[in-house]
Design a binder for this molecule. Structure first.
Ligand code: SAM
Length: 353
């Protein structure tokens, strides 16, 4: 009932997507045998959707160059209004974290990836995850030497993507659940060589307290909060957050998300970047949490936060994902039968002071 109001005529299609088999992406492990794994994935006819986005940039650049070289106007020529001409995209190095590769099958292709196999050193070649969950990590625009905090890190797909960038001077990977941090350690053992694992500090603290523990410290912070996990919730009875016995917890979710986001922003250095993400469609857990956090930080801490416009992500990745066209803040990938990823909401914030 809530989502049919929020999404109007888009809702029946989103709903069918949620009720159908999810699509996966293969997050490439740069610490494995690169040549062998590339061959394996290309043999399946999967493509690295991030590398494909570079073609979008090249196409836009060549269209812009062509238009610039054409005569300005000749009699009888219809001029294209400036706003409908393709606008240049910012360079990818100012937009995306580097070195992340994620293979997907094209829109409409519902092939499955086989499980990854260990190479001769026992390292796995790729990690299967919802490909849209790589977008928040790409949006962090990591830079070499960054000090990074992953506040709610388990089971660890995004942590693995953060490490693929090769940019982490240190990575604090935290999750309140000790059983889930066990899974984080499992991923580190299966995918990451020992010398890189030494850059990672795994903790099991309440992330809401991080602003008191390590304020003004990190260059990049990922706040991937617990949420209603909509795709899981429509399909799984087990531990479903919409069960009556979890009503209180569900009602408190936006408050918990707000506390985590505020803690993440306080943990960032002034000038640092924070990405907030969920796997929910709910405005209450997405944009509203971001807005309340900005308000609270301004009133209680005199800290200003700027939200970056990420609409260029829609253009870069439109061949792979369906984006909701009307997000006020941040971006939302919608489930769709032809590209059944998401939901993934992500919003990029700059801590100004
Ligand atoms: N980032 C993870 C990944 O990519 O695999 C997924 C994170 S999951 C959406 C949310 C996580 O938040 C859960 O593992 C949960 O245990 C953790 N969590 C919930 N409350 C927390 C808190 N107060 N502090 C830290 N972690 C918390």
């Amino acid at each position: 009932m809530t989502y049919s109001v929020q999404f109007g005529s888009l809702w029946p299609s989103i709903r069918i997507g949620l009720l159908s088999e999810q699509k996966y992406g293969a997050l490439f492990n740069n610490f494995s045998n690169i040549e062998q794994v590339t061959k394996e994935l290309e043999h399946l006819n999967a493509v690295d959707f991030i590398r494909e986005s570079q073609k979008v940039v090249q196409d836009l650049d060549s269209t812009a160059a062509q238009q610039a070289s054409e005569p300005a106007m000749s009699t009888g020529t219809l001029l294209v209004p400036a706003e409908s001409q393709p606008q240049p995209l910012p360079s990818l190095s100012t937009l995306l974290s580097p070195n992340i590769k994620c293979y997907t099958f094209p829109k409409g292709d519902i092939s499955l990836f086989p499980p990854a196999r260990p190479d001769t050193l026992g390292i796995l070649g790729y990690y299967l995850l919802d490909a849209a969950s790589v977008l928040p990590v790409l949006a962090l625009n990591m830079q070499p030497g960054d000090l990074v905090l992953d506040l709610c890190a388990a089971p660890g797909g995004k942590m693995l993507a953060l490490l693929q960038t090769g940019c982490c001077r240190e990575l604090a990977a935290n999750d309140i659940s000790t059983s889930r941090t066990g899974r984080l350690n499992g991923i580190l053992r299966s995918y990451i060589p020992k010398n890189i694992c030494d850059l990672v500090r795994v903790t099991s603290w309440d992330g809401r307290k991080w602003g008191d523990l390590e304020a003004n410290t990190y260059d990049r912070v990922l706040v991937d909060v617990p949420c209603t996990n909509d795709r899981h919730s429509v399909m799984e009875e087990d531990n479903n957050i919409f069960k009556n016995m979890r009503k209180g917890e569900r009602q408190m979710l936006p408050m918990r998300q707000l506390e985590l986001l505020v803690a993440g922003i306080l943990a960032a250095k002034p000038g640092g970047v924070v990405v907030y993400s969920t796997c929910s469609l709910s405005q209450l857990q997405n944009e509203y949490v971001v807005e309340r956090a900005m308000e609270l930080l301004s009133i209680q801490y005199n800290i200003s936060v700027h939200v970056e416009d990420l609409s260029s992500f829609q253009r870069l990745f439109e061949d792979t994902f369906y984006f909701f066209p009307n997000c006020r803040l941040g971006e939302l990938v919608l489930p769709h039968l032809l590209a059944n990823f998401g939901p993934t909401y992500f919003c990029k914030l700059h801590r100004l002071g």
